[in-house]
Design a protein around this ligand. Structure first.
Ligand SMILES: [Mn+2]
Length: 307
């Protein structure tokens, strides 16, 4: 018997479109990458690695994917021109989100998140809060000649007034323009640098800012430490640990409603399949926190099972 080639390798009963509550959308876009390449292969590598992830999750004491079901959509055909690709992604995400299912984009470079965010707004309306795990603020107005660079995605999302705020965690690398933007717009952009996650000082204000909000969660895998995800285009030292990343996701989903998400910037490399596996498991964990919310809230007092 061969493993079905979909996210988590689920049998038809749990992966058919009609049955599933979650739609995984591969977005293999790579055009503005400025350092290490390979992000176009990210979705396929994530899906392949996901088939090795154990479905049983100790935190939920069940196989969550069998409870909610995950359907993997075909990747849309994406042109190289970033502004056009963003519009293609926007339409694909809007169409998927209008089903009422949870849409999970798999990148691809971070530019895809502009299309994901705009597509969620088209389908579900605003206001939305963006929660971004990342090493980089991505708040430049343009980079290397394009406003649709992977280095500008948070700024592009903020172009929409329906995006109330972007909350960033794990940041280690910013430029003067980005620091000035955050200082000028404290209501719309908030950065918790990696050290604020390490020392726990992010938590109270983060909870206050997400409480009751509808959230688009965007995970750039370079937000994690390179010891967890070494295969990414622009790695930075001192990133989030696995436990810190899960703590953020658990805290977010306990206080806010995630209406869509993506995970981007895995650039698979020979000999580094640990990165593919970590990303696949992280996506599964993130989906489960969103979909199993009630179970998770009941268990927040017990941290013995925390990975
Ligand atoms: Mn980044």
């Amino acid at each position: 018997m061969t493993t079905p080639n979909n996210f988590l390798g689920l049998e038809e009963e749990y992966s058919a479109a009609a049955r599933a509550s979650v739609l995984v959308l591969p977005l293999p876009f790579e055009a503005t990458v400025s350092y290490g390449g390979g992000a176009a292969a990210g979705p396929a590598a994530t899906i392949a690695a996901s088939q090795q992830v154990e479905l049983y999750d100790r935190e939920h004491d069940c196989e969550p994917a069998l409870a909610y079901g995950v359907h993997t959509l075909p990747a849309p055909k994406l042109p190289d021109e970033p502004a056009v690709a963003v519009e293609t992604i926007r339409a694909a995400v809007a169409s998927a989100a209008r089903t009422g299912k949870l849409v999970v984009g798999l990148g691809g470079e971070h530019t895809v998140s502009v299309g994901v965010g705009r597509g969620l707004l088209d389908a579900l309306g605003g206001p939305l809060t963006v929660v971004q795990l990342d090493a980089h603020s991505d708040l430049r107005d343009e980079y290397e000649g394009t406003p649709y660079s992977h280095a500008c995605i948070a700024r592009r999302l903020l172009d929409a007034p329906e995006i109330e705020q972007v909350l960033q965690l794990g940041i280690r690398s910013v430029c003067p323009e980005e620091v000035a933007f955050v200082r000028a717009h404290p209501d719309r952009a908030r950065v918790w640098y990696a050290e604020a996650v390490h020392d726990g000082s992010w938590r109270d204000e983060f909870i206050a800012r997400v409480r009751g909000k509808r959230v688009f969660l965007t995970i750039d895998v370079d937000g994690l430490d390179p010891s967890v995800v070494p295969a990414t285009g622009t790695p930075e030292p001192d990133g989030l640990t696995w436990s810190e990343a899960l703590d953020i996701l658990r805290t977010l989903t306990a206080h806010a409603t995630v209406v869509g998400m993506d995970c981007v910037e895995l650039a698979p490399a020979p000999g580094l399949h640990m990165a593919d596996f970590a990303v696949a498991k992280l996506v599964y964990k993130a989906i489960s926190y969103v979909m199993m919310g009630k179970t998770q809230e009941q268990n927040t007092a017990n941290t013995d099972w925390a990975d």
